[in-house]
Design a protein around this ligand. Structure first.
Ligand SMILES: *[C@@H]1O[C@H](CO)[C@@H](O)[C@H](O)[C@H]1NC(C)=O
Ligand SMILES: *[C@@H]1O[C@H](CO)[C@@H](O)[C@H](O)[C@H]1NC(C)=O
Ligand SMILES: *[C@@H]1O[C@H](CO)[C@@H](O)[C@H](O)[C@H]1NC(C)=O
Ligand SMILES: *[C@@H]1O[C@H](CO)[C@@H](O)[C@H](O)[C@H]1NC(C)=O
Ligand SMILES: *[C@@H]1O[C@H](CO)[C@@H](O)[C@H](O)[C@H]1NC(C)=O
Length: 507
């Protein structure tokens, strides 16, 4: 699992360090870069170099006070002894960025063994060193960060100490963004006595009838339209043929489907969802049905991780179902997932559903949905054999699709069908789609015990409100002390315990 985590942080680091000069003294050289020893030696020997404040919360204040080459040390925490003192900064490169100096030994400074690199190069080096790894980016046991005062005295700190300091500070800031309740929340099952709607409100025909000829005709027409538009014919994918012809395959084939309609950003929770399918469901194949292939760091990481298990399938969103217009992209995806499952079967997942443990014990059923509420089975995850009677009848019920009724066809229809035809479906209660969207605080603001669940739906739509942001960085997820944090670590690192971020702190 390799995820570059530099992009935004590099910029943060640059900001943090602007107008400051960092001096790294290193005893082991293992990097070769352009030697510019003379300049570095001059800088060092002028004895007016150096200010380093590592507390970036105070750096804004520092920058405000800096006037080109002077600054007040405002980091009381780190350099207590020089807090409030004025120290001098100089030496900027052509781009106005401070230079970083590395040298082999403080006492043996010579023209030849002193090396200098720009900060950008230094950041690049750090990134290369630790690409995807948690090991220390450099052999930094011997690296010190120093501040030199105008009177020539110096105050230094080993980088390791500095990193530990910064890591503690980061954990304080990011681990517990919300006050949690004292007790872990638990989910209540919906009691039988609860007043539920009459399933006949949604389902007009309570008999077990179905018009297979019409269904096949609708599917055939729909597919022909897609093939004409240049879409991939899934049944011609050799891996799909191989899986479907395997007589030892379970009722529900181990093919995971994701649908990605419309161009939009691929965020870390998409990555977590897809990686979780790969890691805990171990599918034979992941089909990614899309009309706009995503890009970016996390997408690249997923593609690399999934390797030959991932097949990108070109698919045009359905514009109609049973002759009725489908205009919203959410509804187009609702219809497409049923089309796909009727053609090949498998496991459809929303890109914010996370697999927590294998679903294999459910794959001997014909049709599986999760109970989301006392009156709803949601279609965020659907496990089905392509011949499932329930699935076909659900599709037939799309004859009554009404685009202005948001959840009828996707949630209330399957719920009503379950109540009318209970033997045709297996419903997972608390372990698939709970916490539901009304309980979403359990995910982002509490520590809920997710270990017995098969899957969890992140309801990413609510993430900005409940988690307070659209996306978290890997570093934040490494220490985030909420259900979401635990689940992210369980998926990304295979272990939900907190990750030590000390070695990432410079990036
Ligand atoms: C040099 O300056 C620093 C900070 O102002 C001060 O703490 C230190 O005692 C000074 N050293 C000498 C030798 O004057
Ligand atoms: C995580 O949260 C729980 C509940 O609030 C708290 O008891 C625990 O100390 C927290 N752990 C860390 C490392 O912050
Ligand atoms: C936590 O406690 C607050 C205040 O008692 C309550 O309003 C909230 O619903 C609780 N949160 C959860 C997830 O139980
Ligand atoms: C990456 O994806 C975004 C969002 O879909 C899109 O706007 C952008 O053009 C894509 N970039 C490239 C290089 O394909
Ligand atoms: C669709 O639902 C809306 C809102 O409930 C309703 O006003 C409209 O009559 C329905 N359309 C049809 C064709 O049933």
């Amino acid at each position: 699992m390799h995820v570059a985590r530099c992009i935004r942080k590099t910029r943060l680091f640059l900001k943090f360090i602007t107008a400051l000069l960092v001096v790294f003294i290193i005893r082991t050289t293992f990097i070769s870069f352009k030697d510019n020893g003379r300049v570095a030696k001059n800088i060092y020997e002028k004895k007016n170099v150096g200010l380093f404040s590592n507390d970036y919360r105070t750096v804004n204040g520092l920058l405000q006070k800096a006037n080109k080459n002077k600054a007040i040390v405002s980091s009381k925490k780190l350099f207590d002894s020089i807090y409030g003192q004025e120290v001098q900064v100089d030496s900027f490169d052509d781009a106005g960025l401070p230079q970083i100096m590395l040298r082999e030994d403080k006492d043996r400074l010579t023209k030849d063994n002193t090396k200098k690199m720009s900060e950008i190069d230094f950041m690049k080096m750090l990134e290369e060193q630790k690409h995807g790894a948690t090991k220390s980016p450099t052999n930094d046991n011997n690296i010190q960060v120093c501040v030199r005062f105008l009177n020539g005295t110096e105050s230094c700190m080993f980088v390791n100490e500095y990193k530990r300091f910064r890591a503690r500070e980061f954990v304080e800031d990011y681990a517990n963004p919300f006050m949690k309740n004292n007790t872990k929340p638990t989910l209540q099952s919906y009691p039988d006595s609860i007043l539920r709607p009459n399933p006949l409100i949604m389902i007009k025909d309570a008999s077990r009838s179905i018009n297979n000829v019409k269904i096949d005709e609708e599917l055939r027409k729909e597919k022909a339209k897609r093939i004409r538009a240049g879409d991939t014919d899934i049944m011609k994918i050799p891996e799909v043929q191989r899986i479907l012809s395997n007589v030892f395959e379970y009722m529900i084939p181990n093919i995971v489907h994701f649908i990605w309609f419309n161009c939009h950003r691929y965020l870390i929770h998409h990555y977590i969802s897809m990686l979780s399918a790969l890691r805990y469901q171990k599918p034979s194949l992941i089909l990614f049905h899309t009309d706009c292939v995503p890009n970016g760091t996390y997408w690249a990481a997923f593609v690399e991780e999934a390797a030959e298990k991932l097949k990108i399938v070109k698919r045009t969103p359905p514009m109609s179902v049973w002759g009725q217009q489908v205009t919203r992209v959410e509804h187009q995806s609702d219809v497409a997932r049923i089309h796909i499952l009727l053609e090949v079967g498998g496991i459809y997942m929303d890109d914010d559903v996370v697999v927590l443990k294998s679903l294999d014990s459910l794959r001997d059923k014909e049709m599986v949905l999760g109970e989301e509420n006392y009156d709803a089975l949601a279609n965020s995850i659907i496990m089905a054999n392509k011949k499932s009677w329930f699935l076909r009848r659900w599709f037939e019920e799309y004859n009554n699709f009404n685009g202005s009724r948001w959840s009828d066809s996707s949630c209330f229809v399957p719920w009503s069908m379950w109540h009318l035809f209970p033997t045709t479906i297996y419903v997972v209660k608390e372990k698939m789609l709970r916490p539901n969207w009304e309980e979403v605080a359990y995910i982002y603001r509490e520590l809920w015990d997710w270990r017995k669940s098969y899957t969890i739906h992140l309801y990413s739509r609510f993430m900005p409100v409940f988690d307070g942001r659209h996306e978290r960085t890997l570093k934040e997820l490494a220490v985030l002390n909420t259900t979401y944090g635990e689940i992210s670590r369980h998926v990304i690192w295979g272990d939900s315990s907190f990750k030590d971020i000390t070695d990432w702190i410079l990036s």
